[in-house]
Design a protein around this ligand. Sequence first.
Ligand SMILES: Nc1ncnc2c1ncn2[C@@H]1O[C@H](COP(=O)(O)OP(=O)(O)OP(=O)(O)O)[C@@H](O)[C@H]1O
Length: 254
Amino acid sequence: MEKKKIIEVENLVKKYGDFTAVKGISFDVFEGEIFGLLGPNGAGKSTTLEIIETLREKTSGKVVVGGYDLDKSPNDIKKIIGVQLQSSGYYPGLNLIELIEMFGGLYNQPVKPLQLLGMFNLEDKAKAQYKELSGGQKQRFSIATTLINKPQIIFLDEPTTGLDPQARRNLWDLIQEVRNQGTTVVITTHYMDEAEFLCNRCAIVDSGRIIAIDSPDALIDKLVSSGFERKKEVKKANLEDVFIHLTGKELREE
Ligand SMILES: Nc1ncnc2c1ncn2[C@@H]1O[C@H](COP(=O)(O)OP(=O)(O)OP(=O)(O)O)[C@@H](O)[C@H]1O
C-alpha cells in the first residue's frame, strides 16, 4: 500500500541575515510514523521544526502539512498539529487539571484531564503546579498537552534531554503509544540510541543540509556494507544495561 505523505518539505531555505541556517532541504514524513531529525548542535533542526510548526518564517521553499500549504493556510496547519510549549507557557497559579482545562478552552476542545494525566502516569500530580514536577514529569506533562487539540501530528524537540535512564525509557514507551493511537510524531534528538529505538525513519542534518535519510536499520546496514567495523568488540550489555539492572525500571521521581 502506498504510504500517505503527511508532511512535504521541498527545498526549504532559512536565512538569518547573511547566515543560511537551512540550505535547501527536502523530505517527506509519512502518516503514522515516528520521524527523527538528527544532527549536531546548530545543524538547523529546531529552525526546520519551527517553520513547519508555523512559528518561524521561512526564506523560501515549499511546506505542505496535512495537505495544507504553509503559505496559504497556516491556520489550518495550526489546527492539526500539537506543539510542546516552553515552560513559561504554563501559568504558575494553575494546577495540572486547570492547565488542561484552560488549553481545552483555548482550542475549543472538550477535555478529560484525569484520563489524559492517567495516560502519562501523572494522575497523582493532578493537583500539583507545573513548577512542582520533576524533570521527567514536566516532559510527560508537556507531551500530554500536545494531544489536547487531538492533532494528527505532534512535534517533540529533544523530549528526553536531561532525563535519567528510567525516565527516558518510560518516555519512549509513551511516545510509541501516542504513535500507536494514530498520531504521527516528529522528533529531534541528540541521542542515537533513542532514534534507533523510536524512529521509523530519520534524516541526519548537518550544517543545514540533509546528508542521509532512511530507517535506522537501513542506515546502519549501508555503513556496514561499506566495510565499516566497530573498533572494539561489542559486549552483550552496556553500562546503561548495568544501571537499569541495578536500579530497576521504575520511575524514581515520585
Ligand atoms: N533567531 C536566530 N537568529 C540568528 N541565528 C539563529 C537564530 N536561530 C538560530 N540561529 C542559528 O541557526 C543555526 C541553526 O540553529 P538551530 O537552533 O535550528 O539548530 P539545531 O540543529 O536545532 O541545534 P541544537 O541541536 O543546538 O538545538 C545555528 O547556527 C544558530 O546559531
